[in-house]
Design a protein around this ligand. Structure first.
Ligand SMILES: NC(=O)c1ccc[n+]([C@@H]2O[C@H](COP(=O)([O-])OP(=O)(O)OC[C@H]3O[C@@H](n4cnc5c(N)ncnc54)[C@H](O)[C@@H]3O)[C@@H](O)[C@H]2O)c1
Ligand SMILES: O=c1ccn([C@@H]2O[C@H](COP(=O)(O)OP(=O)(O)O[C@H]3O[C@H](CO)[C@@H](O)[C@H](O)[C@H]3O)[C@@H](O)[C@H]2O)c(=O)[nH]1
Length: 417
């Protein structure tokens, strides 16, 4: 397993739990040291336990550098390194290429390379020349915050390669999970990943736009999405409006697929407008906060509850909450923020470990991440501590009546307030 982040560590620890012998490599010596001591940096329920169990059982180990993960009896090398957004919006494949360069000569005959990193269509076939063995696309669909559970109970396993036998060998590693398994060509497998993530992004942008419309026409988006979701063709999940979608995947994958479409002369207008709607959604939240601050953000003290891109994770990558915070800071706001999973320092704001400290003296309070503990805050105490009385609830998390009783004004997107 090359790369021990969300994907590599989860996959490595879970494959070890299924009985395979796994060697996980990372380029970061400090991370490798911590993992050898059984310390996991990321917040993923069950992962620490699996890492400790695998290490104790002797079928999960951690090494520095991809080359040290490869041996003459290696069957599959999984690539789980980052593929971030490049300057032109395309996926930056430098980490993938540098690993292949590092291990190309070391791979034993009969082994396969499986790409779990999200890579654009054509990558497996294009990079094949760098290694003398088949490359199998094996996209990963886990969600942060439920990575172990998603791995162990997958909706589907997708593998694809021009070498079907190699693809089947990779699929066989997951046989114990008894999941629906698709063995495809490499391009189709690579496309499944982007097509799925981009569909989710389009769905969210659509529902965020519906929430905006509900506000303007006096409908209640909670009831509207319930009515939509009961239609099995639509489904109930991914229908919750918010401050815009973010995280380490949806933003970069939508931009990367749009880049691919542009490069082959296809105007993927629906995807482009989903990305644009997402930027507008974040700007709309800033505008709502401005209204709550009597029209001026400059000099206003604003308390933020939640910074992670969703509840259940301490990942801040491409978090809409941070984008919104940055926009407020750029307009001259004084920001105090609290997130139960985030400690340390962040530029331009005061990060505190007590939610009541975050709301102290605030003219407006903004809920940006749907942490359940925010629901049960003592709103009378919040009202006493604040200097103003508006709570902008971008996640429709709170009970408006509770806040009303405490003398606060509750503002949610698309809900009658
Ligand atoms: N995070 C998710 O939920 C998720 C889900 C599905 C797919 N993906 C995809 O999986 C890939 C990895 O994502 P992630 O979130 O796990 O990333 P991450 O940043 O959490 O982890 C990547 C790891 O790779 C290591 N690394 C970088 N270069 C290396 C090298 N040359 N040799 C060895 N290790 C190296 C880094 O130090 C880091 O520990 C990306 O392509 C991403 O799009 C992510
Ligand atoms: O009803 C919803 C559901 C999600 N979100 C937001 O959408 C973003 C993405 O959420 P989620 O998909 O749960 O996060 P990730 O962990 O990034 O997972 C996505 O990205 C991964 C990386 O590619 C894929 O593997 C997963 O299948 C895909 O769901 C977050 O900002 C959420 O707050 C909403 O606003 N409303």
């Amino acid at each position: 397993m090359v790369g021990t982040g969300y994907v590599g560590l989860t996959t490595g620890a879970c494959l070890a739990a299924l009985g395979h012998r796994v060697v996980c490599a990372d380029i970061d010596p400090a991370k490798v040291g911590r993992l050898r001591d059984g310390r996991v940096d990321i917040l993923e329920p069950g992962l620490d336990e699996l890492v400790r169990r695998g290490t104790a059982a002797g079928n999960l180990e951690f090494v520095l550098g991809a080359a040290n993960a490869v041996s003459p009896d290696t069957d599959v090398v999984f690539l789980c390194v980052p593929t971030p957004m490049g300057a032109d919006g395309s996926a930056d494949l430098r980490a993938v290429e540098s690993v292949l360069e590092e291990i190309g000569e070391l791979l034993p005959a009969g082994c396969a390379v499986a790409t779990k990193s999200t890579v654009p269509v054509g990558t497996a076939d294009r990079l094949r020349h760098m290694v003398g063995v088949p490359i199998v696309s094996n996209p990963e669909f886990l969600r942060e915050g439920s990575a172990v559970d998603d791995f162990l109970h997958p909706d589907r396993i997708v593998v694809g390669s021009s070498d079907r036998e190699a693809a089947q060998r990779v699929a066989d590693l997951y046989a114990a999970l008894q999941a629906p398994t698709l063995v495809l060509d490499a391009a189709s497998a690579e496309m499944v990943k982007y097509a799925a993530n981009c569909f989710l992004a389009v769905k969210l942008s659509y529902v965020n736009a519906i929430a905006q419309l509900c506000d303007r026409v006096g409908a209640d988006v909670r009831e509207v999405t319930e009515g939509m979701g009961l239609d099995p063709r639509i489904g109930r999940s991914f229908l919750k409006p918010g401050p815009g979608w973010g995280g380490s995947c949806l933003p970069k994958d939508t931009t990367a697929l749009l880049h691919v479409a542009d490069s082959v002369g296809l105007d993927f207008a629906v995807l482009r407008s989903a990305i644009e709607q997402n930027a507008r959604q974040q700007q709309d939240v800033v505008d709502r906060i401005r209204q709550a601050c009597d029209g001026t953000i400059r000099g206003a003290r604003i308390g933020l509850l939640g910074l992670a891109f969703k509840a259940g994770t301490n990942d801040l990558r491409d978090s809409p909450a941070l984008r919104i915070a940055d926009a407020l800071i750029a307009e001259g706001a004084e920001i105090t923020a609290h997130d139960p999973a985030i400690t340390g320092e962040l530029p331009g704001m005061r990060l505190v470990d007590d939610p009541y400290e975050a709301v102290k003296g605030a003219i407006a309070v903004v809920v940006l991440t749907e942490w359940p503990e925010f629901r049960t805050l003592d709103w009378s105490r919040v009202a006493e501590l604040m200097d103003g009385f508006t709570v902008v609830d971008t996640r429709d998390l709170l009970d408006g009546a509770d806040l009303g009783e405490a003398g606060l004004r509750w503002k949610a997107i698309g809900r009658p307030c």
